[in-house]
Design a binder for this molecule. Structure first.
Ligand code: QUE
Length: 333
């Protein structure tokens, strides 16, 4: 076994994510180990409920193994990249179609690939310490893991806002928009996990948990005003620049992102609104293969995760200079 631990007791199959030094970022071995276990449990009468937890209080799962993907890209190993994303998306699809209650307990960061193994499940429990985001535009990638299906189905503009800006939201805010199904106090998440492990019926265990303290609500009105339409990305940024403090801070977030990623993301979310989940995963796989071969991906991962200088030099550097043919090639037919 890799960085996951699995067990079955009292009708509950549990997966513990345990790669603390990498904030549980999903590597190829974790995906390869997790898939067959979940596939077995789907047909195993001894398993009534699946529980996914983190072995560290530092994170639920920070994302995919983006560093390794960058290494594969720099080495020209396209097959390794295809293997990674196709196995990751296959795992997400298994969870989306899971025949039993699939419960994720999120008490820390859940971003990118971490949302792929939680948001598609039936029950997503967060705490006030949960930090949720799709931050890929900052690394020259795009929101994947089936998010091009669920982002356009969130309340007005919220999906475009999350996907374009990489904004981080809290657990209670994720509940507000339906990404989470329950919000419980971080102090009681251990007791909730123990109750579920002990075979307490899920509904009963959830009702007994202390609710998460209320936090700031999302600025849903502003999000809808700026992101709720179908304007091109350049027009969204222009509108934000002429707006209030929140709007200008939001524009600043987008300034740190790859312009190519921003345009690819807007197009994938627009197409995802009209597609099935399976179509979204297929489109994302082709786009992931294409975009990881571009210099912006290697540069974005370098700036955010390798050198951590957070000063990526994206090319082209402005939205206006991105060739629409390049976006069309990445997004596909
Ligand atoms: C965008 C991403 C990821 C990210 C940051 C982004 C991502 C990812 C990680 C990450 C963070 C800390 C770690 C680690 C990985 O950060 O996918 O191993 O220790 O995995 O802006 O997509």
């Amino acid at each position: 076994m890799s960085a996951i631990a699995t067990s079955v007791s009292n009708g509950v199959g549990e997966v513990v994510l345990d790669r603390p030094k990498a904030l549980n970022a999903l590597d190829q071995a974790m995906i390869d180990d997790m898939y067959p276990v979940l596939a077995d449990w789907a047909d195993d009468p001894a398993v009534e409920t699946v529980l996914v937890t983190s072995g560290t209080d530092r994170a639920f799962c920070a994302g995919g193994d983006i560093r390794a993907i960058r290494e594969s890209a720099l080495a020209g190993d396209a097959a390794a990249i295809t293997r990674y994303f196709s196995s990751e998306y296959k795992l997400d699809q298994l969870i989306a179609n899971y025949p039993k209650p699939y419960v994720a307990l999120i008490d820390g960061a859940a971003m990118g690939g971490g949302l792929g193994i939680s948001v598609h499940g039936e029950v997503r429990v967060v705490t006030e310490k949960a930090l949720i985001a799709m931050p890929e535009t900052a690394i020259g990638f795009f929101p994947d893991i089936g998010s091009t299906y669920f982002l356009p189905r969130l309340p007005a503009g919220v999906g475009r806002w999350l996907g374009l800006t990489g904004a981080r939201i809290r657990g209670t805010q994720a509940l507000e928009i339906g990404l989470a199904t329950h919000a419980v106090a971080s102090a009681s998440i251990g007791a909730l996990a123990d109750a579920i492990r002990g075979g307490t019926p899920l509904g009963e265990a959830l009702s007994a948990a202390e609710p998460a303290p209320a936090g700031d609500k999302l600025p849903l009105r502003s999000i809808a005003d700026y992101f709720g339409g179908t304007e091109p990305v350049a027009a969204v940024v222009g509108g934000l620049r002429g707006g209030d403090d929140w709007a200008r801070e939001t524009a600043d977030l987008m300034d740190n992102c790859s312009p190519t990623s921003l345009l690819v993301t807007a197009e994938l979310i627009a197409r995802g609104a009209q597609s099935t989940l399976d179509e979204c995963f297929d489109r994302e796989l082709r786009a992931a293969e294409q975009i990881t071969a571009t210099p912006d991906f290697a540069e974005g991962v370098r700036a955010v995760l390798v050198d951590k200088d957070r000063e990526p030099h994206f090319e082209p550097a402005t939205i206006a200079d991105v060739d629409p043919a390049v976006v069309a090639r990445i997004v596909g037919a």
